[in-house]
Design a protein around this ligand. Structure first.
Ligand code: ATP
Ligand code: MG
Length: 892
């Protein structure tokens, strides 16, 4: 009774098929209780699809694959993963592989038991679902924890979700006949159907339990069941009983498969009696599947595995795992995941002794960004005598996992002498990285520098120098940082990693100094060498990201930020377990949202960044500063102040180079609190400091903040050689010739227009800001223009009002000083009257509603028109829309 035909479920099957084949189809996931028939339905659907039109991959996740990174998709991906890919790079590579193999056909991924997908596989499935030419279908069991990228499939509307209900009585009767391979007497079918409550697996187990007994008999070809069960037994109990009755031989088969599925048939045959394998298959306990050129064995149903594993005492489990590891080692580890599988079995069974094997597996796990597994493996490799290499890897992984103290302990235990230069240089750099960024110990720089004398080889020295340089950059010793980095680049012996690290340092500096073009070239170069440096120095990614992010933010290049966020699958990265760099990407996202006026998203995203970065001190202060900015933009002075306090508390001294962002945010927080003189003082001092440090890239932004606080004409900086001091506007004009990009000239024009007070110029500036999606700046410029027009030429104000309203419509709540400055102040009563009048309610009706006299309403309206600078009702609506935050009505 191992295989019977598919019964019923016509609607569900059609729905599944049209999810793939119809033009508006977009994938479908079925959920349901254990044994309800999800897997079978999915299999049936998949086998009905034509393979000439669809490239179909069927994946069955399981408890075993869930423990390995990309374990779930092991059948789909090629054995060799290219070296040196970032988390996003691996996902991109995997998607490309699928696209290639699909050769123009539509991709169909069918995922059974998606709740058991490991995080990277889940992220990849999500990515595939997003691709134009792909559909994802699948199942998951009710009550299980679903990986976030999978859950996001339906929350993001990439697939539909349906609950698979129990089978109807007519269907269970049909199923019974199919299982028994013959007609069943109606009364028996009815009773068994009710006992099973429409659950096919339960039905199958009931039949199984009865078969061979006198309860289930066949007369004249008709099956009859005379069992006396009244209450349905528990499904797992039934399975448990069945497994308890297995012969030792068959049981051994099921056990091995339960712990090792999918298991190669020939491997299984080496361990157990062939006859028992056949018996287990015949009994419907295991299934043998052909996959590519391999024959794999899996359990016929996941519940068998669950029951089996639960029944198995710990000592026996360990013996089984050790046995599986031995078997796989004996036949040779050939498949993609074999090395990791063996290593994990060795770990779990307490038989991990082969340091080389463990180290190799740790490298693999780390290169797939499974930090917890990589940590376990590397630690085991070290314990097994893996020596320096194991310690270096373990320390690096611990550093990534924000566990610097443990990393130091590991490193100090393998401190090399001066005899081995290569080793010493690696040790110094990893240890330096952990103490400087992980433990915020600034003295590291001097310690490292002092040890360089112990190194004789030029390449070894270059590696350490490159690290010293970036540390010096981060602590604001920019001159030395630049000199040392240049020195590394000039040294032919320097490794690619050392060289590109030095280039990242220089690229950061160039961006801060306003040389955005040269910085861009350098970043592109580092990026293009990634495959060569990543295996040697994975953490270089962080230096590259910081340089790239700094350059884009200073350029005000929001589209560029969008592009890298999309490119790194920032949302997926957060959902899968790729914490690496996620926090910094979130800061960039928040920045872009803020400048677009999406204050809601800015606040949410920056809060997310604060949460992700809370345990690592490197970017914690920066994340809090961005949160302060978002809060300030919304006019939430309390939260802005609170975030600034957090920024100061968490900002690592070793990341002093980030001070411009923190100090700029402090200015915004002060302005939000209403302390405009304090804000101006703060930003003016910051300008002086930035000028002294040569950070012109930052300076233009801070000068522009002063323009936004109505300080375009204020004097700034030292007395010049001509004996006079410059105004903010003049300084911006000066810098716009030195700082690359199209933003600085625009900022300078804004300042000039603010000084001259020309509404036309201000409106043009607003348009240009809007073209760059810098909506907040655009709205502020338009608001200033409107303010002037209202006073000078009320007749010309209408158009400006429209423009401002349109700009504000693209923003969420934005309450900056510049927007408030020009906002007319209406009393609460005036707001009520104005809103009703704008909706077209007559004065008479307003009077009735508000219990006022018609005359009073008229008086109110005249005052409102005067305050808003409009001539009558017709313009009232636009005028109200041009008041930031008018929806809330509490601005009055
Ligand atoms: N429509 C059907 N026709 C024939 N057999 C079916 C049908 N639906 C389910 N079965 C059989 O019932 C058993 C249980 O179904 P299935 O394995 O699909 O359950 P499931 O919902 O995937 O359970 P789980 O959540 O435990 O994975 C299987 O042996 C399957 O072949
Ligand atoms: Mg299933």
């Amino acid at each position: 009774m191992s295989r019977w035909k598919f019964v019923g479920r016509t609607d569900e099957l059609n729905r599944l098929l049209s999810a793939v084949t119809s033009t508006e189809g977009r994938g479908l996931f079925f959920s349901g209780n254990a044994g309800i028939g999800k897997s079978r339905l999915l299999r049936e659907g998949v086998s009905a699809l034509p393979t000439d039109r669809y490239a179909i991959w069927s994946i069955a996740a399981s408890a075993t694959t869930a423990a390995l990174p990309f374990g779930g998709l092991v059948q789909v991906l090629p054995a060799e993963q290219p070296q040196g890919l970032s988390p996003a790079g691996i996902l991109r590579w995997a998607l490309e592989v699928l696209q290639q193999q699909a050769a123009g056909r539509r991709i169909v991924l069918a995922i059974d038991d998606a709740h058991l997908l490991d995080p990277p596989s889940a992220a990849l499935v999500h990515l595939v679902a997003r691709a134009e030419n792909a559909t994802v279908i699948g199942t998951f069991r009710n009550g299980e924890q679903i990986p976030l990228p999978i859950r996001a499939l339906w929350t993001d509307d990439l697939v539909d979700h349906a609950e698979l209900s129990p089978m109807a009585p007519a269907e269970t009767a049909g199923l019974l006949a199919a299982i028994l391979d013959g007609p069943v007497d109606a009364g028996s079918a009815d009773r068994l159907g009710r006992l099973s409550a429409g659950n096919p697996l339960l039905l199958r187990e009931l039949v199984h339990a009865a078969s061979g007994s006198e309860e289930l008999t066949r007369t004249y070809g008709i099956w009859k069941w005379t069992g006396r069960l009244e209450l349905a037994p528990d499904l797992t109990d039934l399975i448990d009983t069945r497994i308890g009755q297995l012969t030792p031989g068959v049981r051994a088969v099921v056990e091995l498969v339960a712990f090792g599925e999918p298991l190669g048939l020939h491997l299984l045959n080496q361990a157990v009696d062939r006859a028992d394998v056949e018996m287990a298959e015949e009994r419907g306990l295991i299934t043998v599947l052909q996959h590519d050129r391999r024959t794999n064995v899996r359990l016929a149903h996941p519940l068998y595995g669950e029951v089996m594993r639960r029944r198995c005492p710990v000592s026996r489990t360990r013996r089984l795992q050790a046995h599986l590891a031995e078997l796989l080692e004996r036949v040779g580890t050939r498949r993609r995941d074999d090395l990791l599988r063996v290593a994990v079995w060795r770990l779990d069974s307490g038989t991990a002794q082969d340091a080389t094997l463990l180290l190799g597996a740790a490298v693999q796990a780390f290169s797939r960004y499974d930090v917890p597994l990589a940590t376990r493996l590397a630690r085991a490799a070290l314990d097994a005598g893996g020596g320096f290499d194991a310690a270096e890897l373990l320390a690096t992984i611990l550093m990534f996992a924000d566990r610097p103290e443990e990393a130091i302990e590991v490193l100090d235990a393998v401190s090399p002498g001066t005899g081995d230069g290569r080793r010493l240089s690696r040790w110094l750099t990893v240890r330096g990285m952990v103490t400087y960024w992980g433990l915020s110990r600034e003295s590291t720089v001097e310690e490292i520098a002092a040890r360089i004398a112990d190194l004789t080889d030029s390449a070894d020295r270059a590696r350490v120098r490159a690290f010293e340089a970036i540390m010096r950059l981060h602590r604001l010793d920019t001159t030395t940082a630049l000199r040392l980095s240049q020195g590394v680049l000039d040294r032919p012996a320097a490794s690619v990693a050392a060289r590109e690290l030095a280039r990242s340092t220089i690229a950061y500096l160039q961006a801060a100094q306003g040389q955005l073009q040269r910085s861009g070239t350098a970043i592109a170069q580092v990026h293009s060498e990634a495959a060569r440096w990543r295996p040697d120095m994975p953490y270089l990614q962080l230096a590259l990201e910081l340089a790239r992010g700094t350059r884009l933010t200073l350029a005000g290049d929001l589209a560029g930020i969008d592009a890298i966020v999309a490119d790194e699958f920032a949302d997926l990265a957060g959902a899968g377990d790729f914490r690496l760099g996620t926090g910094y990407l979130a800061i960039l996202q928040a920045y872009a949202a803020r400048l677009r006026g999406q204050s809601d998203a800015a606040l949410r995203t920056s809060l997310g960044a604060c949460a992700v970065l809370a345990t690592s001190r490197v970017y914690a202060g920066l994340a809090q500063a961005e949160r302060a900015q978002a809060a300030a933009l919304r006019g939430d002075a309390t939260q802005a102040a609170e975030a600034m306090a957090e920024a100061d508390r968490t900002q690592a001294p070793g990341m002093a180079v980030l001070y411009p962002w923190l100090e700029q945010a402090r200015g915004a927080a002060l302005a939000a609190s209403g302390d405009l003189p304090g804000a101006v003082k703060q930003l003016t001092e910051l300008v002086d400091r930035l000028r002294a440090d040569g950070f012109a890239g930052h300076e233009v932004h801070v000068l522009h903040d002063l323009v936004r606080l109505d300080q375009a004409g204020a004097l700034i900086g030292p007395t010049c050689s001509d004996g006079s001091r410059r105004t903010v506007a003049q300084r911006l004009a000066e810098l716009s010739e030195r700082v690359d990009g199209n933003l600085p000239p625009l900022l300078a024009r804004h300042a000039r227009a603010a000084v001259s007070g020309s509404p036309a110029d201000l409106l043009r500036v607003a348009d240009d800001f809007a073209a760059l999606e810098l909506h907040v700046y655009a709205a502020e410029a338009a608001a200033t223009a409107l303010h002037r027009l209202r006073a000078e030429r009320p007749a010309a104000a209408a158009e400006a009002r429209e423009r401002l309203a349109a700009l504000l419509a693209r923003c969420d709540v934005v309450r900056t000083p510049a927007l408030r400055a020009g906002t007319p102040v209406l009393s609460e009563r005036e707001w009520q009257v104005a809103r009703l009048a704008a909706e077209g309610v007559t004065s008479r009706a307003i009077a009735d509603r508000l219990f006022l006299s018609a005359r009073t309403v008229e008086n109110h309206l005249q005052r409102i028109y005067a305050k808003l600078g409009v001539t009558g009702r017709a313009e009232l609506r636009a005028a109200l829309r041009a008041i930031p935050g008018h929806e809330d009505g509490d601005d009055g």
